[in-house]
Design a protein around this ligand. Structure first.
Ligand SMILES: Nc1ncnc2c1ncn2[C@@H]1O[C@H](COP(=O)(O)OP(=O)(O)OP(=O)(O)O)[C@@H](O)[C@H]1O
Ligand SMILES: [Mg+2]
Length: 244
């Protein structure tokens, strides 16, 4: 693929290479979620991807994302079973804790990995970064305490965006990723809900030049609360959890 993988556009950018803008990031997230939805909900039998990560999301024309590397993919559980038992494989940093501990692979294992990719898209940080201090090396470990208070959210965004993002979109995107990386697999959303929320986010285009769309002008916590009714369900649920 001429544009390489998402990893090439997110981490360790060579000088002069332009970072991805907010709208492109949300399009990539929504497209990758739709790819996962295809595997989980449309294929017969359904498939668990098992190796979702930035280097396996290849970018086609106009940054259209395509999932690659199905070497580890598994046919999903059949009948009443909720999991397939396997040797734990996948990539450290993207692997759901329940799967890593028990070897029980479920569709929710993929949702966790997706949440990590979404967090990388938002924060520009790597799933595992050995150059950081020990407690901040794991992206989810770094993000979990910050998810507890929305006032932390603007501190989490990729500095390479240089403030060019919609504050409400940032809240929503972080809320989705927080739900996906929850410790308890049963608390993570199913892929169709993730697709719904991200399609909505990707379709709300951010225009840095339109008046009132600058993140800096919208940093009031209370003001954003007023807009809660307009948010998709998935996002609303997380926020009430996060603020409790
Ligand atoms: N068709 C392709 N077009 C462009 N870049 C590719 C293509 N296939 C792989 N790559 C890139 O080449 C590199 C090596 O890919 P490879 O799949 O071997 O390893 P990986 O994705 O890091 O790990 P894994 O083996 O778990 O998939 C990655 O950066 C990947 O994004
Ligand atoms: Mg690969």
């Amino acid at each position: 693929m001429p544009l390489g993988s998402l990893e090439d556009h997110l981490h360790d950018l060579p000088s002069g290479k332009k970072p991805l803008d907010w709208n492109t990031r949300m399009n990539i997230a929504a497209g990758a979620a739709r790819g996962l939805e295809y595997l989980h909900d449309r294929m017969t039998p359904p498939v668990i991807y098992r190796d979702l990560k930035c280097s396996n999301i290849l970018l086609g024309e106009d940054y259209q994302p395509k999932l690659s590397d199905f070497g580890l993919a598994k046919v999903g559980p059949s009948g009443d079973k909720t999991h397939v038992s396997t040797r734990v494989m996948g990539t450290y940093g993207y692997c759901a804790p329940d799967y890593a501990m028990t070897g029980q692979l479920t569709f929710k294992s993929d949702i966790y990995s997706f949440g990590v990719v979404l967090l990388e898209l938002i924060t520009g940080r790597k799933a595992i970064d050995n150059t950081k201090t020990r407690k901040d090396q794991n992206l989810v470990g770094w993000a979990r305490p910050l998810f507890k208070d929305r006032r932390n959210f603007p501190k989490m965004v990729d500095p390479l965006l240089q403030g060019q993002y919609p504050i409400r979109g940032l809240y929503q995107a972080l809320a989705i990723s927080a739900m996906c990386v929850q410790e308890q697999p049963s608390m993570r959303p199913v892929v169709s809900d993730v697709v719904l929320a991200l399609n909505f986010l990707a379709s709300s285009k951010y225009d840095p030049n339109s008046p009132g769309s600058s993140s800096r002008k919208h940093q009031s916590f209370h003001r954003d609360r007023d807009d809660e009714e307009k948010r998709p369900d998935l996002v609303k649920e997380t926020e009430s959890e996060g603020s409790s």
